[in-house]
Design a protein around this ligand. Structure first.
Ligand code: AMP
Ligand code: MG
Length: 405
């Protein structure tokens, strides 16, 4: 029986388990998922230090004239103690001397005849960066299941950490099925078709950080399909497209079943892409997508992305949404749980027109997709919609207002 979209996502969440781990240098860790909590072994900043180039002073000296005989630079280890009626010149990042109650920035003092006049409004601890105000010793600064980005690398480096334990890279194998298909780098006859799905999945899986290979397209026979499956069973995930519906030569499911596939999802109540199958053979996860390019892409974005996130050990494996509004009216046939691909310009969602399951060209324009229930017949202009993003980098073809005021 077909699963609903939400049931399929739940089956994925409950059945896909995290892959094994490896230890890698932090410089190579961007995009990887950490498999343990990282606890700060010391405070950051390590010691109270100056946030400005200025003077270390006592609060009681506000508005007074003080002398200054010493300077502390970043990297110094000052031994002196600040006395009243004096100031110590101090540079950004330099350790605060004993007895100092605040830093006054250079631009807030006036200097005449070697005497420094301090301002009236000196706050206790003003312009002092306190030890541990950034990362406190003993706290978790990077949690198991988080994805590392360049700024996580900054936190790791600030703690003197050279290597991290992460989920290993997921190995994906891809093949298409269909006697009509030819690889895009070969000559083609008028009745044949280039295989666009396999290169699409290959590059999308690479986008998402996988180690991917694609093998020659399988002919539409059980023998050819079983041979293709056997040669890819060492992968963590096998993604196929085509041969999953009710055609006379649709043998994909039978071939995987013959080789021991345990079926987790057999068809999904979704338009486009109903014939999708998800299963396992031992530890290898199998995903059979429909052959129609746009249908397979939609199912890839909804279900394979969730599988990859769960397998990589991420704790945030659920889809997130952006709440936006419809740019214009859009009518749908209704009666199905359907997916609509569209453009998002940061202000509104505009469905791609036309978008048919067998099309290739609309996919490259899609920033995201919205899911609609069977009762929806028309989405009116300005109606609030929830978009699952496909692209995360939002750019504009015009100068946008960048400030919040
Ligand atoms: P199928 O699911 O095998 O019935 O295929 C459905 C439609 O998708 C047919 O028109 C196929 O020619 C087309 N198709 C199947 N596989 C691919 C592929 N790898 N690349 C492009 N189109 C495909
Ligand atoms: Mg086919």
């Amino acid at each position: 029986m077909a699963s609903s979209i939400l049931e399929a996502l739940e089956i994925i969440a409950n059945n896909i388990t995290p892959i094994d781990k490896e230890i890698i240098p932090i410089e190579l860790s961007v995009g990887r998922v950490v498999t343990e909590d990282y606890v700060a072994s010391f405070d950051l900043p390590r010691f109270n230090n100056s946030a400005m180039d200025g003077y270390a002073v006592k609060i009681a000296d506000a508005t007074k004239k003080v002398t200054c005989a010493e300077v502390i630079y970043a990297g110094d280890n000052p031994e002196m103690t600040l006395e009243e009626k004096t100031a110590i010149k101090i540079m950004t990042g330099a350790p605060i001397p004993k007895g100092c109650e605040a830093i006054v920035p250079i631009e807030n003092v006036s200097i005449e005849n070697d005497l420094i006049t301090l301002p009236s409004d000196i706050q206790n601890n003003g312009f002092i960066r306190m030890a541990g105000e950034d990362i406190k010793k003993g706290t978790i600064f990077l949690s198991k299941g988080e994805v590392i980005n360049a700024y996580t690398v900054a936190s790791l480096a600030s703690q003197g950490i050279t290597h991290v334990t992460v989920s290993r890279i997921i190995k994906v194998a891809i093949f298409g099925t269909g006697d009509e298909l030819r690889p895009h780098f070969e000559k083609i006859e008028a009745h044949q078709l280039y295989n666009s799905n396999s290169p699409m999945f290959l590059t999308r899986c690479k986008d998402l950080g996988c180690d991917v290979r694609f093998i020659r397209t399988s002919a539409d026979t059980l023998e050819a399909l079983e041979a293709s499956i056997k040669s890819t069973l060492d992968a963590d995930i096998i993604i196929t497209s085509g041969g999953v519906s009710v055609g006379d030569k649709d043998f994909t499911k039978e071939a995987f079943t013959n080789l021991g596939m345990h079926v987790l999802i057999d068809k999904i109540d979704i338009k486009p892409g109903r014939p999708t199958i998800v299963g396992t053979i031992n530890r290898t996860v199998i995903i059979n997508l429909p052959g129609n390019p746009l249908a397979s892409m939609v199912n890839y974005e909804l279900f394979i992305r969730a599988i990859l996130r769960k397998m990589s050990g991420r704790t945030d494996y659920h889809h997130g949404t952006i709440t936006t509004v419809m740019k214009s009216d859009f009518s749908v046939r209704g009666g199905k749980h359907a997916v609509i691909l569209g453009r998002f310009d940061g202000h509104s969602f505009e469905p791609l027109k036309p978008q048919m399951p067998g099309m290739v060209s609309p996919m490259q324009e899609a920033d995201g997709m919205i899911l609609i229930t069977p009762d929806v017949k028309v989405l009116e202009t300005r109606k609030t919609v929830k978009m699952i993003p496909i692209k995360w980098e939002f750019c504009s073809d015009k100068n946008e207002v960048l400030f919040t005021s």
